[in-house]
Design a protein around this ligand. Structure first.
Ligand code: PEP
Ligand code: MN
Length: 369
């Protein structure tokens, strides 16, 4: 897909590139005291933007759904006390109008909004002619086009300060994370839009405090530009997302332990060694492909012989064996079982395709004769 109107997307904030852009604050604004106490307590730790949820899209009814408009002035007050800009989630035109009227500096679209093009378009229309940065969380389902599409709708409405937030993807019975990170999706987004600022939200991926560090550091290792981390003056008493919010002290500790990686270095020893390693990798990739080509040549031979003997392409017992032989060796090769499984499935899929194809070719020839 061709992406229009996209130049150097980002929030347009100036910050030291040696450190990640940090957005923090409570999941939800609950009371004036809670908002002010949290924001003032985290301000000294290198925070760039304050956040708080005002309208909360909750999975089930009768959960706390946010205080709405009346909480907006508390954020403005927090901004005045700390000197930091503020951001809130908007999900419809009314939210946009109320947030703009309250002087909120940055808006974001939540995962449950990005998923719905009607809602995104309504917000984009409400933002026509408004100069405000907007962050777009990934949709709840792993759909990169939908994520990019939401950013395009905003771009077409004239918004030119846009950033993406990666908050993971919802799956049924996610074993480890609240939302699966599926890092390959933001990586592909980076490939498609190399100049887009991408912020990671470890809080909504992890769903608990224990995994926050691991997820956040992983994001920085992958070159994410910033982090959105939920913090609360008393997380245990939070009205939403209690398990994943950190205290101001916890936030400070987390930020101190994280390392932002450089995109590169001019250390000649590193560069020389990297070049050598990369040559080896290119050569090994070439050999891997060569081996696969040889394997497929044999597969086609078998295909011909199956055709001659009128035997089906898929041989279930053999296929189960092929999988097992290699899966048993995964650990020995220091490869994850998932990787070996994906690889062998991909190879087998191509093998079936090649055999069916060659059998059909022979058949067509026979019919033609
Ligand atoms: C939030 O940031 O509090 C939130 C509701 O996030 P998400 O849209 O990622 O679920
Ligand atoms: Mn939350």
């Amino acid at each position: 897909m061709k992406i229009k109107n996209i130049k150097n997307w980002g929030l347009g904030l100036e910050y030291d590139q040696q450190h990640p852009l940090i957005i923090s604050g409570p999941c939800s604004a609950e009371t004036r005291e809670q908002v002010l106490a949290t924001c003032q307590a985290i301000q000294p730790y290198g925070i760039h933007i304050l956040r708080a949820g005002i309208w909360k899209p909750r999975t089930r009814p009768n959960s706390f759904e946010g205080l709405g408009q009346k909480a907006l002035p508390w954020l403005k007050e927090a901004s005045q006390l700390t000197g930091l800009p503020t951001c809130v989630e908007v999900a419809n035109q009314t939210h946009v109008e109320q947030a703009l009227a309250a002087g909120i500096d940055i808006l974001w679209l939540g995962a449950r909004t990005t998923v719905n093009p009607f809602a995104v378009q309504e917000i984009a229309d409400a933002l026509q002619g408004v100069d405000i940065p907007v962050m777009v969380k990934n949709p709840i389902n792993p759909d990169l086009e939908l994520w990019i599409g939401a950013m395009e709708r905003l771009s077409q409405a004239g918004i030119d300060k846009i950033a993406a937030i990666h908050r993971g993807f919802s799956v049924y019975n996610s074993p480890k994370y609240r939302n699966q990170p599926q890092w390959e999706i933001p990586i592909e987004l980076r490939r498609r839009l190399p100049n887009l600022e991408i912020i990671n939200d470890p809080s909504h991926i992890a769903g608990n405090r224990v995994l926050l560090y691991e997820v956040a550091q992983n994001a920085l290792d992958l070159g994410f530009d910033g982090l959105m981390i939920e913090s609360h003056i008393a997380p245990a008493n939070a009205w939403s997302d209690a398990a994943q919010q950190v205290t101001p002290a916890g936030l400070q500790q987390l930020l101190n332990s994280l390392q932002k990686r450089q995109t590169s270095t001019d250390n000649p020893a590193y560069l020389e060694q990297l070049e050598q390693f990369r040559k080896q990798i290119d050569s090994l990739d070439t050999q891997t492909l060569q081996l696969l080509a040889e394997r497929m040549a044999i597969v086609r031979e078998i295909g011909l012989s199956k055709k001659e003997n009128n035997v089906a392409v898929l041989q279930l017992e053999r296929w189960m064996n092929v999988r097992k032989i290699q899966l048993d060796k995964a650990a020995e090769h220091q490869l994850s079982a998932n990787f070996v499984e994906d690889l062998i499935n991909t190879i087998h899929k191509e093998a079936l395709h090649q055999q069916s194809h060659i059998m059909q070719q022979v058949e067509e020839k026979e019919v033609g004769n």
